[in-house]
Ligand binder design. Sequence first.
Ligand code: NI
Length: 162
Amino acid sequence: MAILPILTWPDARLSTPCTPADPAAVAGLAADMLETMYAAPGRGLAAPQVGRLMRLFVMDTTWKEGVKTPRVVVNPRILWQSDQKASGPEGCLSLPGITAEVTRPLAVRMVWTGLDGTEHDEVLSGFDAVCALHEHDHLDGILTLDRIGPEARAGLEAIYRA
Ligand code: NI
């Protein structure tokens, strides 16, 4: 296991869509990504954030409250999103020091492959949905800055670059 360097915006790799991952070949990388995420400390980390442009992310939305529930998500697809949306503050390990107010669906249905090849199909809600959608965005080269209006973005970019 190893802690990997995390790329920060505006590294071009963070804005590049990722290609499918081979679930049978990423166990080591996923373990390193979980270790890196916990050390950061964060609740989610996508492969492009460590320079690997493949459709893989890890998340654990409960560990900061004392219960570890690590998920390794390979080749996720969002099959459904609730019409009801809510906005909330989102940080990102690749955008240190800034928080963006992002509007997202309250619930999503996501299917993905586990490291053992098992297919998962779950409806996620609350912070699980926010985290999964945030990480899924990374796989398409989308950051929180791309999900907010131009004025909000300009303000955050000014803070980030200061
Ligand atoms: Ni992020």
